[in-house]
Write a protein that binds this ligand. Sequence first.
Ligand code: TXA
Ligand code: MG
Length: 329
Amino acid sequence: MPVLNGDDPVAVDHCARILADGGLVAFATETVYGLGARADDALAVGAIFAAKGRPSDHPLIVHVADAAAADDFAAVVPDAARRLMTAFWPGPVTLVVQRRATAAAAAAAGLPTVGLRCPDHRVAQALLRRARRLGVPGVAAPSANRFGRVSPTRADHVVAEFGPELPVLDGGECRDGIESTIIDCTRTEPRMLRPGTTERAAIEAVLGRSLLDRDTAAPRVPGSLESHYAPWAAVYLADPRELERSVAAAVATQGPGAVGVYSRSSLPGFGAARFRAMPDNPRAVAHELFAVLRQFDAENVGQIWVEMPPDRAEWDGVRDRLQRAAANR
Ligand code: TXA
Ligand code: MG
């Protein structure tokens, strides 16, 4: 019985007990499904790294039920982080702050900082609150996929990644579909480490200043340069004007049915490619993106050709995931 109804309090209690005992459970959030372990238990956290095949120097986000619980992990909550918590928590914004020396060292991969997130999903909230009553101060949880692969946005995606033994608290399709925005609040000037669905302008309005982008001094974020979020098929991004010609050439060499296309318009040159219409709205694309990549894999296409999204801020999260999926091609 690996997939459990996240709206069933008995299932939530069962999973909270597994966490309290140092075990792993997957659970729904509003962004993607997480693979959780109690954040204050180095052995439990180590099991996450082992299950994912994730290098141990890649820090995990610690999930908390509310802003008050952040104080268990943060050495200081600077003014910028406090404002962002007030404005966006619960919600898909992760804040990197200085870590309490004794808290969540394994989850933070030994860094002096910690990423904190308070999810806006009834199942994640129920689990975090139930676990807290059992003595769990926070839950370290990366996306519930093998390292480098596409994040899961449905319970069956998690089962496809980890098999039937791992308990999964099902909360339906994730609302956002891409991972949280990460803001580094440890330096004087806050920086965007990873774009998500929360608009940059909304964050800047709360901060009363513009956000800097990540720089080389910023802590390492998996996938920032290397390939990440990658399906088995090769992903290619093309400008709308070049897409038709590229797809026609790909179909000619790969054969019909072996090429997937995810684009806002259907063009004659797509011929025998498997076409999937990309919505015009970036939120709708984020919501379905990872499921679309998984679907193309399930159809055994060898190449996925994707129309490059518009060069506008509201597409930052989607563009970032597509560029990483297409890295090394
Ligand atoms: O939406 C999300 O954030 C999802 C759900 C499950 O909450 N979680 C997620 O976790 O995306 P993961 O492990 O796939 O990505 C965590 C990201 C990594 O890029 C990691 O480098 C960054 O957070 N991160 C965590 N702690 C950090 C820290 N102390 N400094 C800088 N980056 C950090
Ligand atoms: Mg991930």
